[in-house]
Design a protein around this ligand. Structure first.
Ligand SMILES: Cc1cc2nc3c(=O)[nH]c(=O)nc-3n(C[C@H](O)[C@H](O)[C@H](O)COP(=O)(O)OP(=O)(O)OC[C@H]3O[C@@H](n4cnc5c(N)ncnc54)[C@H](O)[C@@H]3O)c2cc1C
Length: 300
């Protein structure tokens, strides 16, 4: 039989993240929405709660809660403005994960502790203007030049780019090889030849910044390569698999909050002399939603 009860330590984690979200994050939601930015001290509070390190092993500075713990925390975090988790997702769910999955011990030691502590912010740069769903067709190049690579090309829609300290960047060492030429690098923000565009104006997800990156003869030390040459596309996909776990948990948490808000409204709104929740036409869709959310949570 499948065990559906969470272990005690994860229930404690769930409770503490939920309380943090309700007392510290939800009161700031409107401000984030209106300003289209998250105040740095709020990111500091998320870091202080250990939320950047959830799901990573303790040896690199993570909290050691594993993937289930990661999903439990993300689901609770999703009860606040979605942009808050997006910053964490882009920084550790993608950038730190790429370094963790494919990086040398040196790269892991150099970058993971500060990323997982929320002291530095990371971003994941795969998409390009001409390579979205078909990311294997990316055109940015990495040309070997002695002990370094020279990067050229553009990246688009990069979450956290306006605030990131470092980027996991995917570029090809051989355009003719298609996805088999793709190679990954850690590129620091202050690398000469890397220009970061302005924050994109989006319709939703306000507070979560995205921007374009432009590489023009940007020299990156060969030691910054994540894994071997030509292994970048597999790494990109494995990293996205991890990221999708967080997206799924986030969708469940957001749906749960909307359901709870809907139930509360239906109980409080009176028409024809009784709460609208007394009508089956209102009860049934709410019951259907509760059932689907429960099933989705079990699938995550
Ligand atoms: C808010 C936001 C944040 C992002 N953050 C990042 C980030 O941090 N890093 C990063 O690298 N990228 C990021 N992206 C880019 C994202 O990964 C791409 O938007 C995504 O890969 C889709 O690419 P596209 O937008 O170019 O759409 P397209 O690939 O042009 O697709 C357009 C539509 O066509 C459909 N389509 C495409 N091919 C097929 C097919 N073969 N069969 C059927 N339908 C198809 C798609 O499903 C979609 O509906 C972000 C995007 C957004 C919107």
């Amino acid at each position: 039989m499948i065990e559906t009860e969470l272990p005690e330590e994860l229930r404690l984690l769930q409770r503490s993240v939920r309380e943090f979200v309700e007392t510290r994050l939800q009161p700031r939601e409107r401000e984030i929405e209106e300003r289209d930015e998250i105040a740095p001290e709020l990111l500091g509070e998320l870091a202080g709660m250990g939320l950047f390190g959830i799901g990573f092993p303790e040896e690199h500075g993570g909290s050691g809660f594993g993937r289930l713990g990661y999903c439990v925390a993300v689901e609770q975090l999703a009860r606040a403005n979605a942009s808050l988790w997006n910053v964490i997702g882009g920084s550790v769910g993608l950038c730190a994960t790429a370094i963790h999955l494919g990086g040398s011990d040196d790269l892991r030691t150099r970058y993971l502790p500060s990323l997982l502590a929320g002291k530095t912010i990371g971003a994941y740069a795969l998409s390009e203007p001409g390579a979205g769903s078909d990311a294997g067709a990316l055109r940015a190049t990495a040309r070997r030049d002695g002990h370094r690579y020279i990067l050229d090309g553009a990246k688009t829609f990069i979450t956290n780019a306006p605030i990131a300290d470092l980027f996991a960047v995917f570029a090809t060492v051989d355009r003719d090889a298609g996805s088999k030429g793709i190679t990954a690098f850690v590129v620091e923000r202050d690398t000469p030849g890397l220009e970061i565009g302005p924050n994109d104006a989006k319709m939703g997800l306000r507070g979560s910044t995205t921007a374009q990156l432009f590489f023009r003869d940007a020299a990156v030390p060969a030691a910054q390569r994540i894994g071997a040459e030509r292994t970048g596309f597999g790494l990109a996909l494995r990293t996205l698999d991890h990221g999708r776990l967080g997206l799924a948990a986030h969708a469940v948490g957001a749906a749960q909050r909307l359901l709870e808000a809907s139930v509360a409204y239906a109980k409080g709104r009176t028409q024809f002399g009784r709460p609208i929740a007394a009508n089956q036409g209102v009860q049934w869709p709410l019951a259907d939603a509760a059932t689907e959310i429960h099933a989705a949570r079990l699938m995550v």
